[in-house]
Design a protein around this ligand. Structure first.
Ligand code: NAP
Length: 275
């Protein structure tokens, strides 16, 4: 069964989306990257994650090109504002630039990329003004730990996007349960650990039992947590399609136990890990 996560507004989203960090930067890779995004969309990865930071807008422009000819409603678009643009005056300007690059008039979710000097409350209110004006359908945060989420204490915040993969499980101790208790989906970034974690023999062994790949096992593990949407990035069409198949991969209790043995779950609070 295809794994899904229900968003705050009731929309049912695939539990896997498409990451875009480092895409759109190299003209020689452009056609392959466009093909990768389209292959991912065709395989059901209809949530796309990007940010004004990625290639200083180049990833957003690449996405617009990949989406040309498709209906806007087929895709759930997420972008992020730099912390230095997250204040009352600059946030609307940064959002307008992102919308222009993405060739759309509304984002499904706009995230604060990480926390810096602008007070969270100011960013939340700026986000709400953008929602009231119809420029975004919702908003959230990224790289915020439990203490920050408690300080924000805003039920209008739709998600928190944080680092989570088999080799980096700190959020399972406190942040993930905190979000699950509030029905707030968690977006797992770098769910393939940017590659190296896939060489772990435990993932290979489980993959072999399922006729799957280590990447599919890592992704299936991420989205086996209720409320988690993982956003792997690939600039290759075959891998995007491979990753999408993880939506159907059911890990067994034995698989999960072997992952726990290879990558022990956290037993105490750890500071939030970020990239
Ligand atoms: N909010 C934040 O602060 C934050 C931070 C980091 C990332 N993110 C978001 O999360 C997304 C994903 O994270 P990420 O890009 O850091 O890393 P990732 O998705 O964990 O890993 C990407 C790497 O894995 C490779 N890969 C993809 N599919 C594969 C497969 N099936 N088999 C083997 N290798 C595979 C990719 O290479 P190829 O492209 O060559 O296939 C790339 O080198 C980002 O793109 C971005 O949208 C957000």
């Amino acid at each position: 069964m295809t794994k899904t996560v229900t968003w705050a507004d009731g929309r049912v989203l695939p539990a896997l989306g498409l990451g875009t960090w480092k895409m759109g930067e190299d003209p020689r890779r452009r056609q392959e990257e466009l093909a990768a995004l389209r292959a991912g969309l065709d395989a059901g990865l209809t949530l796309i994650d990007t940010a004004e930071m990625y290639g200083e807008g180049a990833a957003e422009s690449l996405i617009a090109e990949a989406l040309a000819g498709r209906k806007r409603e087929e895709v759930f678009l997420v972008s992020k504002v730099y912390p230095h643009n997250a204040g009352a005056t600059r946030l609307p300007q940064a959002l307008a630039r992102s919308l222009k690059r993405l060739k759309t008039d509304v984002l499904d979710c706009y995230l604060l990329h990480w926390r810096d000097s602008v007070p969270l409350e100011e960013t939340a209110e700026a986000m709400e003004r953008m929602r009231a004006a119809g420029h975004i359908r919702g908003w959230g945060v990224s790289n915020l730990d439990v203490e920050d989420m408690e300080e924000l204490a805003d039920p209008r915040c739709a998600t928190n996007q944080v680092l989570l993969h088999p080799g980096e499980r700190g959020v399972e101790f406190d942040l993930l349960p905190w979000m699950q208790a509030r029905g707030m989906p968690l977006m797992a970034y770098s769910p393939l650990g940017q590659g190296p974690v896939l060489r772990n023999p435990a993932l290979g062994k489980i993959a072999a039992r399922h006729g799957a790949t280590a990447a599919q096992v890592a992704l299936a593990w991420s989205i086996s947590h209720p409320g988690v949407i993982a956003i792997p990035k690939s600039g290759r069409a075959a891998r995007a399609a491979e990753n999408a198949k993880a939506l159907e991969l059911e890990l067994t209790a034995q698989d999960l136990a072997e992952i726990d043995a290879a990558f022990p779950p956290p037993r105490r609070k750890r500071p939030l890990a970020m990239l």
